[in-house]
Ligand binder design. Structure first.
Ligand SMILES: *Cc1c(COP(=O)(O)O)cnc(C)c1O
Length: 401
């Protein structure tokens, strides 16, 4: 998507607007699958929460991906997008037994991450195959360190509790068909991930009827130039080799699963916003845009650095700006950033806006959530309308006081 295409989209659909490039999603998917082409049965379950627009889910479906879901609503979205229940895994954290039972009834693969629900579900539904989410307590350090941290993480069942898991399985006679881990941290060091994988393999040996091992996600994508990125090809070669050896040892061809969100969609997305005001203070030049953390919260929530360029003036002299939003709260997108000279009315382009951007947006300040556009085969397809005042007022009830 070049600047002219993006400017035309901002002009045609208004700002702010999210734009996703289908070609980039496809190429990332292919990169991942070819890195693991030595594995006989590979399953990529796209993590819906990263970007949950139904047209994006449909694109994933055409690629042959499955879905990783964390709420019953995401399951429903997946089914509506055309996925078969068997192509969906439900990996929630801390949800009720009822919600898990609803998903299970729909035919979705259940992934349980605590002993209490495991025991209750196994007692009531011993015949339903269940995957177990373990917590290997492995965290990537800033360098090659392997730190056994995360002991108090709310995710997964501790590997130290395997004896308890085994007792529940024996008592209920339930069928465990998969073992899963998702540490949630970026794979910065392949050896750290391989170390965690060994814990998954060790855990798997305790269960005789497994069908798959799910390694979660954590693939890191670059957010700025020179940023560290998971070497997928090297990672694929190393883990595939180890996985194939494990299958031999286990005596059965298992499926290797991943559930990437960011890796598939982050770089495919940009966010376009218009500059309302250029404001000089005694120390700073602010560029104030027609959006805020209501539409893109990652910089304020995680301190994420999204690259920002001025696509209206790409050849302009570079100057320093603080890019901020229009809501009545501090909503800084970038501090003291070098950007081509900004004039009021210019369109700024945020990179890496595919994952956890629209899906985390809100109506704060009673603003409308933006439109979403899919750039597909040289066409701009509107895949979500900008909200209107009706959306703001829809569920509100005016009582007479
Ligand atoms: C969020 C999530 C993912 C996706 O993580 P990314 O960093 O976006 O790849 C995968 N699995 C589970 C269980 C998740 O909660």
């Amino acid at each position: 998507m070049n600047n002219n295409t993006l400017l035309k989209i901002a002009n045609d659909f208004g700002s702010p607007v999210y734009v996703y490039d289908s070609e980039k999603i496809v190429s990332q998917y292919k990169r991942l699958t070819s890195a693991f082409n030595k594995v006989k049965q590979l399953k990529i379950n796209y993590a819906v929460k990263a970007l949950s627009n139904i047209s994006i889910l449909k694109l994933m479906h055409t690629l042959g991906a499955g879905l990783d879901t964390v709420s019953i609503q995401e399951v429903q979205l997946g089914l509506k997008a055309g996925f078969a229940p068997e192509q969906i895994i439900f990996t929630p954290n801390g949800v009720s037994l009822e919600e898990i039972e609803i998903a299970s009834k729909l035919g979705v693969q259940i992934n349980i991450d605590n002993l209490s629900i495991l025991e209750q579900f196994g007692t009531k539904h011993p015949k339903v195959p269940v995957c177990i989410r373990i917590n290997p307590h492995v965290m990537a350090g800033g360098n090659a360190n392997i730190s056994v941290g995360h002991i108090d993480s709310k995710f997964g069942i501790s590997v130290h509790q395997i004896p308890h898991i085994l007792r529940i399985v024996e008592n209920t006679n339930m069928h465990i068909n998969g073992i899963h881990m998702h540490t949630g941290s970026d794979i910065l060091d392949i050896d750290v991930f391989l170390y965690a994988s060994e814990i998954l393999f060790d855990t798997a040996k305790h269960f005789k009827d497994l069908e798959f091992l799910d390694f979660g996600s954590g693939f890191k994508v670059p957010y700025s130039e020179g940023d560290i990125e998971t070497n997928i090809e090297e990672f694929g070669t190393k883990l595939s080799k180890r996985f194939n050896a494990f299958c031999k040892e286990y005596g059965k061809e298992l499926t290797l699963g991943f559930e990437p969100g960011k890796f598939l969609v982050s770089e495919a997305g940009v966010f376009l916003a218009k500059v309302n005001v250029v404001k000089q203070t005694t120390s700073t030049v602010f560029a104030q845009i027609d959006t805020g953390f209501n539409h893109l919260i990652r910089p304020m929530l995680y301190g994420s650095q999204h690259m920002i360029s001025n696509i209206s003036n790409p050849k302009g002299r570079e100057r320093f700006y603080s890019v901020v939003g229009y809501i009545c709260e501090t909503d800084t997108f970038a501090n003291n950033r070098r950007i081509n000279e900004i004039n009021e009315g210019d369109i700024l382009c945020f990179k890496n806006a595919g994952a956890y951007c629209y899906s985390m947006s809100s109506n704060y300040n009673s603003r409308y959530r933006p439109a979403e556009v899919l750039w597909h085969k040289d066409q701009a397809l509107l895949i979500r309308e900008r909200e209107t005042f009706d959306d703001i007022i829809k569920n509100q009830i005016e009582v007479s006081l």
